[in-house]
Design a binder for this molecule. Sequence first.
Ligand code: ACO
Length: 335
Amino acid sequence: MAATPQSRILGTGHYLPDVIRSNFDLEKMVDTTDAWIVERTGIRERRIAPEGMVTSDMATAAAKRALEAAELQASDLDMILVGTVTPDMPMPATAVYVQQKLGAGHCPAMDLSAACAGFIFGLSIADQFVKTGAMKNVLVVGVELLSRVVNWEDRGTCVLFGDGAGAVILGPAGGATARGRARGVLSTRIHTDGALARSLMIPGGGSETPTNADVVEKRLHKVHMRGQDIFKVAVKNLYSASKDALEETGVSASEVDWVCPHQANLRIIDNVVSRLGVPEEKVLLNIEKVGNTSSASIPILLDDNVRSGKIKAGDHVLMCALGAGVSWGGALVTI
Ligand code: ACO
């Protein structure tokens, strides 16, 4: 018997820039091949935000779609949480600009820095506020403009990332059922292991190494990653977070309708899903088309499949993500 949810996803939305950068485009920029990228990651192309577009523009576009789907106005929002590691600027929070661009009221608006796990962290925090009755409608956005912080001369990282935004509105679960199931957030599990902090980072530009000409020269203001360290911990922790999210709710792997995993690497996803015992036809994927959009990854994939009708009301959707920190989490939601 699944736990009774207290909050529910009222609407979803996403935004992807129009510009496509394919693996063949990257072959002209760094020493790589389409074959290498596809075999090692599953990525064929990614979206790139045009000059002049900022993170909050993409977040606002996704949020507008989620509000529309939820049949709510921006003025109905009680809180705005934006998961991002690529903010418009270090201060103030990108969420502040999202509030302004949406025309929302004076609700609290803040950013969450949990990299690829940013959306699950946001969902978990929003769930706590809605559960207690402190907030009614909370906007959770995952958004990244990674193309601006990627070193386009580093083939080890630049082939992986893309830009985009995804959003959900979380509100009270109250009474709505589908297929005999109460709709809502059944569980969220979030974790961080700071011992691996330096495996994935943008080392320059903060208080440790403030920006100067040398930092820029050495590209310390760009993404640095020890890919294999992250790969190993991702396989291990995404499995355990997903298993925990299921165990806590009493929902078995065979009752999961869809797995909506962070899209970082197809090999990581395959490994985790096969250990969970969920058949591959239940695994949602868009990595081929969008690459790793970090915190935006899960809400983009979720919205795409809700809008296409693949995910239906009452479906159990298992989510899991891991990124810089390392921070990771799992969530089980009945849509
Ligand atoms: N094209 C061609 N060759 C490449 C490329 C490339 N784009 N990138 C690396 N190589 C080379 C390496 O130089 C190396 O060559 P060598 O053997 O001569 O030294 C070889 O390919 C193997 O490199 P590895 O790093 O061992 O390759 P691996 O199979 O581990 O794949 C990858 C690398 C795809 C990065 C993988 O480790 C991975 O996906 N890691 C996890 C990434 C992730 O999940 N990030 C988390 C979230 S991101 C966030 O939080 C913002």
